[in-house]
Design a protein around this ligand. Structure first.
Ligand code: PMV
Length: 330
């Protein structure tokens, strides 16, 4: 019996410029460039992959539950690129049902653990290109800091130490409703939305604006661009046939709260992915003021720094604790 096993952690990321639409569906190549900030281990996935000739079929456990159906199929399809039969155990660090999508951290951790178990020794560019085939946003989660993705793999714009004051306050809005996955939804927008065509015409300008604001640590311009971009994407989603309505009442409440907070000086930006959770991008010095407002509204939140990057873990047999094997920077 031969067994190959590895464990890796990857963190989720929040896109300032959002990936929405594929120019090549089979290769999972994006219509437009995207830019994101990788988050810390409070929003991460730890995945162990064990390949063994002992297994007759793949098994996938997510947060302690054995998965069947679509979730298992996505993992199997991804493993088919690298593999043998495997047992995959994944745990998300954030609360289940909180509405945080885990495909970015999930597929980045799966990429790292599966290739490590097989001793493939891939570079970060190669890991990113492979992660892309699992989920587009996952290719950015291979790196720490600020990351952009345009083609086969993502690249780092600035590392996690570039802007230590920046924070993402993730407002946890439970997402019980079964919504259409971003994978399918984005292609509906490409096919049916008129506003999406206009979005693509102005996206390069937005790309340079956001990238420049990150490099220059220009918080006010970054916030204005992030909110404009998120609003634009959600207008395109609502213009899709059938209509993609990802935000709920609480999302709109948070949006209005940020507009109110920003009346005198810009202190924060809201941004939403394909779900109702608000991500509030702000600076360390404004966090307490915003948290008072969130607590007043009885909302749960996570305060994440810019961090991330793949970490490999090592566990001694019969021991409970994991140890960091090494930290891959970039
Ligand atoms: O990679 P996917 O299929 O999870 O799509 C991600 C889409 C957004 O989260 C809405 C935007 C982004 O760039 O992360």
């Amino acid at each position: 019996m031969t067994k190959f096993k590895a464990t890796a952690i990857a963190c989720s990321n929040i896109a300032f410029l959002k990936y929405w639409g594929k120019r090549d569906e089979s290769l999972n190549l994006p219509m437009n460039p995207s830019i994101s900030m990788t988050l810390d281990e409070q929003v991460s996935t730890k995945t162990t992959v064990e390949f063994s000739d002992e297994y007759s079929e793949d098994e996938f456990y997510l947060n302690g539950k054995k998965e069947t159906g679509e979730k298992l199929e996505r993992v199997k399809k991804f493993l088919d690129i690298v593999r043998e039969k495997a047992k995959v155990i994944s745990e998300n660090s954030f609360p289940t049902g909180s509405g945080i999508a885990s495909s970015a951290s999930g597929f980045a951790a799966l990429t790292a653990a599966s290739t490590r178990a097989l001793n493939l020794n891939l570079s970060l560019k190669e890991l990113s290109a492979l992660a892309r085939l699992g989920s587009g946003s996952a290719c950015r989660s291979i790196y720490n800091g600020f990351v952009e993705w345009q083609d086969e793999y993502a690249i780092q714009i600035k590392d996690k130490n570039h802007w230590p004051e920046i924070r993402d306050l993730i407002v946890l809005v439970a997402d019980n409703e079964k919504k259409i996955s971003s994978r399918e939804a984005m292609q509906l927008t490409v096919k049916t939305s008129k506003k999406y065509k206009e979005r693509l015409n102005s996206i390069n300008m937005m790309y340079f604006k956001i990238k420049r604001a990150i490099i220059n640590k220009d918080f006010v311009n970054l916030c204005e661009a992030i909110m404009k971009e998120s609003d634009n994407l959600h207008e395109c989603m609502l213009d899709t046939e059938p209509k993609l309505d990802y935000l709920n009442e609480i999302s709109y409440e948070v949006k209005n709260m940020i507009k109110e907070i920003n009346k005198k000086i810009v202190k924060a930006a809201y941004t939403f992915d394909a779900g109702p959770n608000a991500h509030i991008i702000t600076l360390d010095k404004y966090v307490d003021e915003i948290l008072i407002e969130l607590k007043r509204k009885n909302l749960n939140f996570i305060v994440s720094k810019c961090n991330g990057g793949i970490r490999y873990l090592w566990k001694q047999k019969h021991m409970e604790k994991y140890y960091y094997l090494e930290l891959i920077q970039y």
